[in-house]
Ligand binder design. Structure first.
Ligand code: ZN
Length: 128
C-alpha cells in the first residue's frame, strides 16, 4: 500500500484502504461461517470486501459447452467450490500476538512509520 490517505476514484466515491490486508488471519463474526477463522487471500477495497480461504464457499456449476468466445476457453467443468467475497464488517482481525479477535488502532512508531495496533494487547500487528 503506497499511501494512507483516502483516494478518490473517477466516480467521486472515496475509497479508503481496508484495515484488513492480504495474508491476515480473520475470524468471521456473522453469517453461516460465524466463528471460523481463515487467511485473507484477496481484498477488494472498492467494495469493502475480502476473500477468505475456506470461508463463504460457493459451488459453481460449470457446463462443458463449446467455446463461443475464443478469448476465454472453459477449462474447468463440473462443480467448482471456491470462496466468495464477504463484507469486511463480517470479519474481525485476529491479533497475531494475543490470538484474540480485535479492533485495530492506527499508531505511529518513533520514526514516523504507520502501523496497525491491537486494541486489546496494544502490540503492533505489522512488523516494524
Ligand atoms: Zn493483541
Amino acid at each position: 500500500m503506497s499511501t494512507a490517505t483516502a483516494r478518490k476514484k473517477q466516480s467521486g466515491r472515496v475509497v479508503r484502504p481496508l484495515k484488513i490486508r492480504k495474508n491476515d488471519t480473520v475470524e468471521v463474526i456473522a453469517g453461516k461461517d460465524r466463528g471460523k477463522r481463515g487467511r485473507v487471500v484477496q481484498t477488494i477495497p472498492r467494495e469493502n470486501r475480502v476473500v477468505v480461504e475456506g470461508i463463504n464457499l460457493v459451488t459453481r456449476h460449470q457446463k462443458a459447452r463449446p467455446t463461443t468466445s475464443r478469448a476465454t476457453p472453459q477449462t474447468q467443468t463440473g462443480r467448482v467450490v471456491k470462496p466468495a467475497p464477504l463484507h469486511v464488517s463480517k470479519v474481525m482481525l485476529v491479533c497475531p500476538r494475543c490470538n484474540q479477535r480485535t479492533r485495530i488502532a492506527i499508531s505511529f512508531t518513533t520514526d514516523g512509520k504507520r502501523v496497525r495496533t491491537c486494541k486489546k494487547c496494544k502490540e503492533y500487528i505489522d512488523s516494524v
